[in-house]
Design a protein around this ligand. Structure first.
Ligand code: NAD
Length: 373
């Protein structure tokens, strides 16, 4: 169906194409049943692009990504390309997309589905109903700051340097994403840094506070040191709604939070850029997991992380909240009905579990969408 929604699909390597095939079924369903169409372009990325073009992302694909309203990404990498030179590694394709699209805000929801509550490493009463959104600053901070590198000192010792730098504008734009998102959720933001020991932390706290006062005073803002937050995420995660933090702390805290939910196969993410004149942001949606070479081609991959990434795309790039809710409800109901891919079986205690493969899980979602519609 022709539409003004331009989507670039990059399935990638390993299980990427397998889980993307299941999302295609949902895309087709949305076109048929809800008149939600996309103009879809598809290209190769990662190892697949390396095989075809000799680079992990072609200039053509990069151009298409910059023109698209959203990019739906699978995963990249695998043993076949483990020994290629650093600049050609499959992951460089994803890093190029993030950099050239200037995707500075990484959104990682940590939501516990009731049906999978036993898969969490925490007690059910602590994680029940958990629904946190972690926003990690993605393009600044210590992973990029100069000077950086390893040098040899006059006495022969070696010294390594990484530099944590943040500018006002970098802090404000990611905090703005957090405040705006909180308004659509429970209206609470926890901003996290280490203002007690780091200058970037002091600036982060001052700028978050200033922006809050200027534009978002209707949202409840609190500040928490990152180490305290790491503890609170395990002690009492239900107190959080939206958490916003820098690149390094966000990397660690979002992994910690995602494990509260149990399985890698369930976790979506979104990376957003700055809004253009029409308010639309460049955006890339992808599951947290990698290309899972150990199960690729076996029909075992859980397609729900990619499915939930697609739901995030509907919500954040196209303002289709009802359709996003529908997909998320279908996922919840299918889990409630006992459908489990192999990765979800370990912690599951549901009595009548139905063990399914990738395609059966995708089909179950479409069937549930039919029932809900
Ligand atoms: P991985 O996420 O691919 O796999 C870790 C474990 O989780 C494996 O046992 C895998 O079978 C399982 N798993 C992951 N996703 C699953 C799913 N949807 N359903 C069922 N089980 C699932 O991480 P890894 O093994 O460290 O990396 C494998 C490759 O993926 C490497 O080449 C790595 O560089 C790449 N990688 C890519 C991305 C990305 O594309 N964004 C992210 C992480 C890793």
């Amino acid at each position: 169906m022709a539409s003004n929604r331009n989507l670039l699909v990059l399935p990638g390597d390993g299980i990427g194409p397998e889980v993307m095939n299941e999302v295609r079924k949902i895309i087709a369903w949305m076109g048929r049943k809800r008149a939600v169409g996309f103009d879809i372009k598809e290209d190769v990325v990662g190892g697949a692009a390396l095989d075809k073009h000799g680079v992990p992302l072609s200039d053509d694909a990069m151009k298409t990504a910059l023109e698209a309203d959203a990019v739906l990404f699978g995963s990249v990498g695998g043993p076949k390309w483990d020994n290629v030179e650093f600049n050609k590694k499959p992951e460089r394709g994803l890093l190029r997309l993030r950099k050239e699209m200037d995707l500075f805000a990484n959104l990682r929801p940590a939501k516990v589905f009731d049906a999978l509550i036993d898969a969490s490493s925490l007690k059910p009463e602590i994680v029940k109903g958990l629904d946190i959104m972690i926003i990690r600053e993605l393009t600044g901070g210590v992973y990029f700051g100069e000077p950086r590198g390893v040098t040899t000192l006059a006495n022969g010792e070696r010294e390594a340097i990484d530099t944590q730098r943040y500018k006002t504008s970098e802090i404000r734009r990611v905090c703005a994403v957090a405040f705006e998102l909180a308004r659509k959720r429970k209206n609470r933001v926890c901003s996290s840094e280490k203002a007690n020991v780091m200058h970037t932390g002091v600036l982060w706290r001052e700028e978050a506070t200033k922006l809050h006062k200027e534009k978002y005073s209707d949202v409840k803002l609190e500040h928490m040191y990152a180490d305290a937050l790491a503890m609170q995420l395990l002690r009492s995660p239900g107190q959080f709604d939206v958490i916003v933090t820098d690149n390094l702390f966000g990397d660690i805290l979002s992994d910690e939070a995602s494990m509260l939910t149990g399985s890698l196969g369930m976790l979506p993410s979104a990376s957003l850029g700055a809004p253009d004149a029409t308010g639309r942001r460049k955006a890339l949606y992808e599951p947290i997991h990698g290309s899972a070479p150990d199960i690729a081609g076996k029909g075992l991959a859980n397609p729900l992380a990619e499915t939930l990434s697609y739901a995030m795309m509907l919500r954040y790039s196209f303002d289709l909240s009802k359709e996003a809710d529908l997909v998320e409800t279908a996922v919840e109901n299918v889990l409630k009905a006992g459908y489990r891919t192999a990765d979800l079986l370990a912690g599951g205690k549901t009595p009548d579990v139905k063990k399914v493969g990738t395609q059966e899980m995708g089909d179950a979602i479409v069937k549930e969408l039919d029932r809900l519609a």
